[in-house]
Design a protein around this ligand. Structure first.
Ligand SMILES: NC(=O)C1=CN([C@@H]2O[C@H](COP(=O)(O)OP(=O)(O)OC[C@H]3O[C@@H](n4cnc5c(N)ncnc54)[C@H](OP(=O)(O)O)[C@@H]3O)[C@@H](O)[C@H]2O)C=CC1
Ligand SMILES: CC(=O)[C@@H](O)[C@H](O)COP(=O)(O)O
Ligand SMILES: [Mn+2]
Length: 373
């Protein structure tokens, strides 16, 4: 029986994780849940999964089990409860420190929060005993890599759906609303990652995430648009064999694998696909229209702390777009300008990461304000 702590239990990944755990009560026991502000959902989860303790950002939440409050409470809970696996699924940079602290204690980090590696890969990799990716592309690469040796890898090819605006040009994107951009063609996800899919920033962050997870230079990490999201990514080995992983676009499959690896769980047939009905297509990304992908490559070229700055500026820009303060096409502009303005030293500690993230947010916010006025 594995004890599981879920950071971000009330989100899309959190709920899919609980869906898997619900099916395998003999294998997994939830010992801790961490939520943001969705207290109604947290209460339902406590009633069903009966964790030892929970943490929440909602200070008005009435405790029904041991309850910790706010950011310090999340870290306190991580220190005090027992767990073997942490599912790191808080969205955004808010997940970095909880993931880092939980990684020190866990036997396994099932990692969804890509920002943790993008911003603090050098620190998290030092403390984590084992990181198994949850992100669908990285789960695919992880599985494909089992088919060869690391020295035999020629390239990693991450697939991207292309988002809701695939095939559109800049002139078509002038009046995009948050509702348009939140309409992902294949996946049901939280709003931040969904907007990032529409700008291709999600794939940019995933390139950096892959660099840390698989210890491979970014120049060997490529991106291809695959609108069906059936091939979740592939690895090309030196004999030019491409090993890919396929599956229905449903996060329960990579989540189950991250929880149970090296075993596979017996999941319902509903998660299979009728492969006679599938056509797989691949095309080049349009990096002229969708500038965020190259900004992510550029951040790695410039070196740390630029990936931290990229991520922080993107969080501010996406949030501002969702609040209708800036247009869709200003997201890459804000990110690019923030990267141009700031000249900071690489982080030496996790505290430095948080400090750099904060400075980049302040800079990006000023750019948004100037933009709005
Ligand atoms: N959804 C997906 O299919 C995929 C997601 N990912 C990654 O996984 C992570 C989570 O994504 P997703 O589940 O879609 O996001 P959601 O927005 O659906 O959920 C985010 C979760 O984090 C909680 N949360 C947000 N801010 C804080 C905070 N400051 N402190 C504590 N908890 C907080 C939310 O709580 P509440 O709702 O209670 O406020 C919620 O439980 C992201 O990093 C994303 O990039 C990666 C691959 C696929
Ligand atoms: C499900 C998952 O892993 C997401 O990160 C997904 O990749 C988003 O889709 P895009 O390919 O459109 O970015
Ligand atoms: Mn992904």
């Amino acid at each position: 029986m594995k004890k599981v702590l879920i950071l971000g239990s009330t989100g899309s990944i959190g709920e899919s994780t609980l869906n898997i755990i619900r099916q395998f009560p003999e294998k997994f026991k939830v010992t801790g849940l961490v939520a943001g502000k969705n207290s109604r959902k947290l209460k339902e989860q406590i009633d069903e999964f009966k964790p030892e303790a929970v943490a929440t950002l909602d200070t008005s939440f009435k405790p029904v089990v041991k309850t910790y409050y706010q950011e310090e409470g999340i870290l306190q809970l991580i220190k005090e409860i027992e767990f073997d696996i942490v599912v790191a699924a808080i969205s955004g940079a808010a997940g970095i420190v909880p993931t880092y602290e939980a990684a020190k204690k866990a036997k396994r980090v099932a990692l969804a929060n890509k920002e943790s590696l993008v911003c603090a890969g050098m620190f998290i990799k030092k403390v984590a005993k084992e990181i198994i990716p949850v992100d669908s592309e990285h789960s695919a690469v992880f599985q494909a890599l089992l088919a060869g040796k690391k020295e035999e890898v020629k390239e990693i090819i991450l697939t991207a759906s292309g988002g809701p605006f695939r095939g559109k040009k800049k002139e078509d994107l002038q009046n995009i609303t948050p509702e348009n951009a939140l309409n992902h063609p294949n996946w049901n996800m939280g709003s931040k990652v969904t907007i990032d899919s529409a700008t291709l920033m999600n794939k940019g962050l995933e390139v950096i995430e892959a660099m840390w997870l698989f210890d491979i230079p970014v120049k060997k990490i490529k991106v291809v648009i695959h609108p069906q999201s059936i091939v979740h990514s592939m690895v090309r080995f030196k004999d030019n064999s491409f090993i890919a992983q396929m599956g229905k676009p449903d996060m329960r499959i990579p989540i189950a694998y991250a929880l149970s690896y090296p075993e596979r769980l017996n999941l319902n047939e509903e998660l299979s696909m009728d492969y006679t009905q599938i056509n797989l297509t691949f095309e080049k990304p349009d990096t002229e229209t969708f500038k965020c992908l190259n900004l992510a490559y550029k951040s790695i070229e410039k070196g740390y702390p630029y990936p931290i700055i990229l991520n922080a500026a993107d969080e501010i820009a996406v949030d501002s777009f969702l609040k209708r303060e800036i247009p869709f096409l200003s997201i890459p502009e804000i990110v690019e300008k923030t990267m141009e303005i700031l000249n900071l030293q690489p982080p030496e500690t996790i505290e430095d990461v948080i400090r750099i993230d904060k400075i980049a947010r302040e800079t990006a916010k000023k750019l948004v304000e100037n933009h709005a006025n």
